[in-house]
Design a protein around this ligand. Structure first.
Ligand SMILES: [Zn+2]
Length: 319
């Protein structure tokens, strides 16, 4: 990816390979009066050495970092922030709704209770809990300075407005510069659709309706002008087109779920097996459940679907 310019200031993309299915993560260096790193890469020796080499190309060492701005608390985006801040004294900023993620708390008990309630087979629940635990090695807990929607961060001539864009993660942020560059984290990726993952509110412990939140965030970014620098994949100039594509894909799948439920009531697991059998076989059970649940939340919100609590089956509402 090429560097981007805002006024006289360069923004340098830094590509870090990860052990995760999503592939490389992009962090960004803003090299002005302050050295700011937007997202950090995961916690691992090779992740740190790649970051050091990349920073060095621009004459910056880790100890020179002044601030770290985090889009969200997933390991590939914040995992090595603690170590970087230790070395440099950099101030870390993030949103308080990511508190559980930033504390490297994987909400394992909330997830287990949710899966049990929905009668997910125990071997699949075990697998998902193992996947959550596996992630732990790639992150170190942090206590950032909290920022929220409407706040402003800056480095020299670059000012960014902080926007709360939940869905993929409950306190996901996008940073919009005065030069129409948008750091979008995992809100908008060109090549793949982001998953609105099952997650829980850090204050109440209630499950968020993450797909509905994510669609609101997509509607917001769809209207933005400029260039998106995403957390994964190429920069995006046709923001409206990419966001519209994801929104219409959701719509199609939502209709498919409605049609299935019109034929017969189904549980979360039955719908998941019917909609996405192959990804489940390949181990992506958590992503599949997250996605299907999103459409069910949507139907409940619209009043077309309800959950029969005795059988834990979803049904369409008939007049
Ligand atoms: Zn993420």
């Amino acid at each position: 990816m090429q560097k981007e310019k805002v006024g006289d200031v360069f923004i340098y993309p830094i590509c870090i390979p990860t052990p995760f299915a999503v592939g490389d993560v992009f962090c960004y260096l803003i090299n002005d009066e302050k050295n700011v790193l937007v997202d950090t890469g995961h916690y691992a020796p090779n992740s740190l050495s790649v970051l050091e080499e990349e920073l060095e190309k621009y004459g910056v060492a880790v100890r020179d970092l002044d601030e770290i701005w985090l889009t969200h608390g997933h390991p590939d985006h914040y995992g090595q922030a603690a170590g970087l801040a230790d070395q440099s004294g950099a101030v870390i900023y993030g949103h308080p709704k990511e508190r559980a993620n930033f504390a490297a708390n994987n909400d394992g008990e909330l997830f287990k209770a949710f899966f049990d309630r929905h009668r997910i087979p125990s071997e699949l629940t075990t697998k998902m809990i193992e996947q959550l635990e596996w992630l732990q090695q790639y992150q170190q807990p942090i206590e950032p300075e909290w920022i929220t929607a409407g706040d402003r961060l800056s480095s020299g001539s670059i000012n960014v407005d902080v926007h709360l864009t939940p869905g993929h993660a409950p306190g996901h942020l996008a940073f919009v510069t005065n030069g129409d560059v948008i750091f979008s984290g995992d809100l908008l990726l060109g090549h793949i659709s982001t998953n609105a993952l099952i997650n829980f509110d850090a204050d109440s412990g209630e499950r968020n309706k993450s797909l509905l939140q994510y669609r609101t965030s997509l509607q917001w970014i769809k209207k933005q002008q400029g260039v998106v620098l995403p957390g994964h994949g190429k920069k995006i100039r046709d923001i409206n087109e990419v966001a519209s594509h994801h929104l219409s894909e959701h719509q199609k799948r939502y209709q498919k779920i409605q049609q299935l439920l019109e034929q017969q009531p189904m549980s979360l697991m039955e719908l998941s097996n019917t909609m996405f059998p192959d990804p489940i076989k390949e181990g992506a059970i958590f992503l599949v459940l997250s996605e299907v649940l999103g459409y069910l939340d949507w139907g409940i919100e619209e009043g077309t679907i309800y959950l029969d609590e005795t059988t834990m089956e979803y049904r369409t509402v008939t007049e």
